[in-house]
Ligand binder design. Sequence first.
Ligand SMILES: Cc1cc2nc3c(=O)[nH]c(=O)nc-3n(C[C@H](O)[C@H](O)[C@H](O)COP(=O)(O)OP(=O)(O)OC[C@H]3O[C@@H](n4cnc5c(N)ncnc54)[C@H](O)[C@@H]3O)c2cc1C
Length: 454
Amino acid sequence: MSLPPVPLPEEGGDTGSSAGAASVSRHAPPWSGPAAEKIAIIGAGYAGLAAAVELATAGRQVEVFEASRVLGGRARATQIEGFTVDNGQHILIGAYTETLRLMRTVGANPEALLKRTPLRFEFPGQFVMSAPRLPAPLHTAFALLLARGIDWREKWAAICLMQGLQASKFRIEPDITVTAWLDRHKTPSRQRRLLWEPLCIAALNTPADHASAQVLANVLRDSLAGSRSASDMLLPQVNLSALFPEPAMEFITQRGGAVHLSHRVNALRREGNAWLIDDAGPFAQVVLAVAPYHLASLVPELASQVTHFTWEPIVTSYFSYPTTVQLPQPMLGVDAGLAQWLFDRGQLCGQRGLIAAVISASGRHQALSGAELERGIHEEIARLVPRLPAPLSVQTITEKRATFACVPNLQRPLAETGHAGLTLAGDYVASDYPATLEGAVRSGVAAARTILAG
Ligand SMILES: Cc1cc2nc3c(=O)[nH]c(=O)nc-3n(C[C@H](O)[C@H](O)[C@H](O)COP(=O)(O)OP(=O)(O)OC[C@H]3O[C@@H](n4cnc5c(N)ncnc54)[C@H](O)[C@@H]3O)c2cc1C
């Protein structure tokens, strides 16, 4: 059943056929302003592009350098047999306000590109929780009260847990693991397994026994305890490069900026009052928006700020079945399975018969061979789809360092580097969010605003 793995860039680089990929640059007419006012952005993931869009919106001249020939970094389009998919199935939520705002800025309509549904957690035959269309905070209370698969005692415990968080203004001091926090509140085991632990893994990409309860509380504050629409799930109906990065590139170039693809920056150096990037420059400011494990090669002095980070993987297996195959819902949880979530890409983006199975964070699946893992997941899908035929093809993409492990009290680097004119952006930069698209976008916007305020 196993096909050869998709050639993935080591550490978030190019996804494509790589060999001899031509350098592609999208240029605007020559600069009108003084060259030294130009701002360079290294990395065209969601953070770098958010910074570039925010700066271009303010009329600043930006030049973006991206090592890959595909835009989007860890959230990018890739090809598998017969389909354009993503390097990993992503979901967004209504609380991703900055991502949605910047999508609108660049002309990418969230209403058309994302399938918005009220929060729904379903583990078939075990548990269903679905937020009714009621104003906050009733939507959450009723979601828990009406949940099927946990008894009244457990529902009450869940409501008390949320109320306790609210009463403490979502502060958990000192920070502890999610497991320790659930222990402290004597959370029943079934509720942990079907609600809090999957939520923790989905939001923090870190197993509950290692994950920061404070960061989970931050996410709950802005989603379940936020406005009703904040907890909505937003499932992409286009690939992740088309969702924001490609319209962002258009936006940047239309405003006189440039985006250089297939340009891996090798040298970043200060000369006088300006920065030089390889042979390009001078630049008045640089936003360094690479993944944390790329910092060392560009600015060795900053590497020590992330040496204590550890990483969590995400595996996405794409199963291509005959086009008649579909799941009962676009997104379903798998209770105690190898896969954690299944997505029906036919219902999401018209790729009929294509099912994406996602496994976030480290776990027992890592002990299996690719073929064993894919066979096990196929059997899990077969329990949901009567008379499921064998897949026509299966392709598994493993992102070994998908995100940093979001452990309690993790020290994250500040955006200010101590080097004049050099600002960091990325999902790992200090904030109260875990490694997510929204965290990346917010850090890019914050970096841009720091520059604009300077
Ligand atoms: C499989 C997977 C599933 C995920 N699921 C979700 C989800 O469901 N919801 C969610 O919100 N988040 C999810 N995430 C997390 C989210 O994708 C990341 O938090 C976000 O994409 C990080 O963006 P970034 O811009 O900070 O970094 P990156 O995306 O890593 O961008 C850095 C960019 O810098 C480039 N670069 C590096 N070095 C150089 C150099 N020397 N010169 C030029 N360019 C360079 C890289 O090629 C890359 O494009 C997932 C991540 C993965 C991997």
